[in-house]
Ligand binder design. Structure first.
Ligand SMILES: NC(=O)c1ccc[n+]([C@@H]2O[C@H](COP(=O)([O-])OP(=O)(O)OC[C@H]3O[C@@H](n4cnc5c(N)ncnc54)[C@H](OP(=O)(O)O)[C@@H]3O)[C@@H](O)[C@H]2O)c1
Length: 295
């Protein structure tokens, strides 16, 4: 498909993992793509990987979305080089890994994560709207001027132990996205939120097989999403076909948070005999009370 031919797309945090796969998909769909990372080294590594895949039409920019001046400078560069912007994926995030239990979370760490994950999204959307979306002619196919997809997390509503700052930031995104949609929607800008669960990243290489199996057993599909799965959903939400999605919060966590109770807390109901072969991964791993939320 070539849904983004002649469109200019910005992907924040596009230097590796999920963001890089998002950049890759938009390039394959004909877009001119700008992406950012936090350092010269990470942006160069992302660009090298895209080039290794045979991609062209991208430009990496060093930008810390936690800093207004960096965001403004990146938008200056997009303006100078492309002169327009059609779509944004706000993917960059501070994952807050290695956080403390709630009573011990340092205030500075908490505020830093909120600044990047929530503040960064607000800065990016504000700049994109002021400089581009609200000034551009509407797309004749949709009557809309621009679209944004924010990458949240299912931890917005099913929180993780020792992840106070990250979960709070992703919870806040649900309100932020709806506020942005409410204020920008009538001016022709769509803003939606995608909430993945487990995504395969390079970090999975270092996970013990037991942990991978626990995570997979914690889904209803038996597997984590790939970066490509997230990219496909983001591309749909930014495409003209998704013109009726506005202020939506879309969970895509392979069913990990569907159940009210973990399996160990439910009475076992015997399955009909003819179902036996279908129990491919349910119960493949025995979870205890402390492990059901571990990621
Ligand atoms: N991985 C999962 O299982 C999972 C699950 C649910 C939701 N998510 C969400 O999916 C998105 C991608 O996750 P991921 O695991 O692929 O992330 P990741 O591997 O940690 O990569 C994060 C990306 O964001 C960039 N970044 C971090 N802080 C930044 C800042 N202050 N300014 C600009 N860029 C910044 C990084 O740049 P550098 O390369 O320069 O560091 C990198 O490109 C995030 O929003 C995350 O919350 C992930």
């Amino acid at each position: 498909m070539n849904r983004f031919e002649n469109r200019v797309v910005l992907v924040t945090g596009g230097s590796r993992n999920t963001g890089l796969e998002i950049v890759d998909l938009f390039l394959r769909e004909g877009a001119r793509v700008f992406f950012c990372g936090t350092s010269e080294a990470s942006v160069a590594a992302g660009a090298a990987e895209l080039a290794r895949r045979g991609r062209s039409g991208f430009r990496g920019i060093v930008c810390d979305v936690g800093k207004s001046a960096d965001v403004a400078a990146m938008m200056d560069a997009i303006d100078a080089e492309a002169g327009r912007l059609d779509a944004v994926v706000s993917n960059a995030a501070h994952l807050g890994q290695g956080e403390n239990p709630a009573p011990d979370v340092p205030e500075a760490d908490f505020l830093e994560i909120l600044n990047v994950n929530l503040g960064g999204t607000l800065r990016i959307v504000q700049e994109a709207a002021r400089r581009f979306f609200l000034r551009q002619e509407p797309n004749p196919a949709t009557g809309q001027r621009g679209a944004v997809v924010c990458i949240g997390s299912n931890t917005a509503h099913h929180v993780q132990r020792r992840h106070v700052s990250y979960c709070t930031s992703k919870g806040g995104l649900e309100s932020l996205v709806q506020c942005l949609a409410l204020d920008l929607g009538p001016r022709g800008v769509r803003v939606n939120l995608l909430e993945p669960g487990y995504i395969w990243t390079e970090r999975w290489h270092d996970l013990p097989e037991t942990v991978r199996r626990k995570r997979r057993a914690n889904t209803l599909t038996g597997r984590e999403a790939t970066g490509g799965d997230v990219a496909a959903a983001a591309a749909f939400l930014l495409s003209d076909e998704a013109r009726a999605f506005q202020g939506a919060v879309l969970k895509m966590d392979a069913g990990a948070t569907v159940a009210l109770y973990p399996a160990y807390a439910e009475d076992a109901v015997p399955l009909p005999a003819e179902w036996k072969g279908a129990e491919a991964f349910s119960g493949a791993v025995s979870l205890d009370a402390n492990e059901t939320n571990s990621h």
